[in-house]
Each structure stands twice: as structure tokens, then as C-alpha cells.
Design a protein. Sequence first.
Length: 267
Amino acid sequence: MTETTEKPVIETRKGKSVWLTLNRPHIKNAMNGEMIAMLVEAFQRLGADPDTRAIVLAANGDAFCSGADLSYMMQMAQQAAATGTNQQSAITLTSLFRGIAECPKPVVARVHGLCLAGATGLVSASDIIVASNNVKFSLPEVKRGLIPATISPYVVQAMGVQAARRYFITGETFSAQKAYELGMVHELTTPETLDAALDSILAELDSCAPEAMAACKKLVRDVSRMDITADETHADVAARLAAVRGSAEAAEGMMAFMQKRKPQWVG
């Protein structure tokens, strides 16, 4: 694939995975309107692509992402004041994080350097986070007179309520080690072993059933909001198992296991 360096997002297919690489390294990959629109479109399109097994969210340069471009944010605020479109511009940004979280394909974030503000939303909405141990995280919105509103559903879920209480209102920087301890980061590596860890995870995803992985993503989202004592919850999860157990994927997976061979997944 030919890479166009002027694009704020570079899309590259590597085997069964597609890499979406943030490409505004001169301003630490700060997100502007064009980058946001490209990411929203890509996650929607790749989520429906049967040839894509997983999506990697990565970045060029010395930082993963420094959050939203403040000049873009100021422009949105000025336009909102003039046209009354404040709510709509915020919804557009929200659609990015929701699009990552609800994408049927596994999304793996490859994090290095800096991960600030809205970038923590990109990471928290992803399914698997692999980070170098030198990454600096921060939610500095309060230091700009803002709040991390659109990313909050995902960040609070990723780091927990108590941690969010602190880091939302202090805006302080915290380490990759701290993010790992909070459960926000799944794999903590050295800069030299970051790609090896990522490759290992992608290999695991390559071996899994595509439709089952999509169903698992939805299962986690739904069950996290359910009352585990309610009869409706147990009826719901039993129905999901029954539906999947009768699928062609399940038949192939169980037969392959009994025959001691690799399953031949469709898609």
C-alpha cells in the first residue's frame, strides 16, 4: 500500500490486520477535524470488512497522541457560538470513541511516548492496550478550563471510578506503570519489545473465530451494565450461548479441536 505522509491517518494492511496510524507527528498527533472524520469512517468501514481480523491503532513520531488540537477546539467553540452547533460538534467527537468501542473487530492500541487528554479516550475505548513503559498519561482538561466529557464513559470504565476522581480533577501526569496497575493498560513493555508484544497478541487474534470475537465484544459491553441477580440477565446470557453454539463457526471450532487441527474460519 502506498503511504501518503500528508494524510493525518495512514491506513496499512498487514496480513489480517489493518493499522490506522496517526500521522501529525509535528504536533504530537493532536486530533483535528480531518483526523477525527477519517478515524470514524475507517472504524465503521473496517468493522464490516470480512478480510479484516483486527485493527491496530498506532502513531508516527515520538508521541502516540496529545489529545485534541487546541486550535481545532477553539475553532469549534467559536463556530458553536456563532451558529449554535455546540452540541453537534461534541457529538461528532463522541462518535469516534463510540465507534472504536462498538467496532465488531478487536481494536489494539499501540501506545508510546505521550498519551494525553482525548488520546486516553482512544486507548480506553480500545479492547487491548499495549504500552511502552516510558509512556506518560494525563487528563489535563481542567488545566485548560475544559472537562474530559466525551471520553469519560470509556476512561472511567478503564481506570475505575476512584482513579478517575483523582486524575480528572487534578490533571496530573501518571506513568505507564500506574496505568498498568489501574488495569488501564494490559501489556507493559520496554520500547524495544513493544512490537514483539503486539505481534504476539495479533497472532492470538488471528487464531480466533471472527464472529465469536464480535459477539464477545458486545457481551462484555452488555453484561457490564446488567444486574447479575436478575433472572433476565441469566436468560439473556443463556440465549446468547444457545445461539452461538448452533452457529457454523462453533461447529467448525469444536470439530477442529476434536480433530486436532487448526479451524478454517470464514472471514
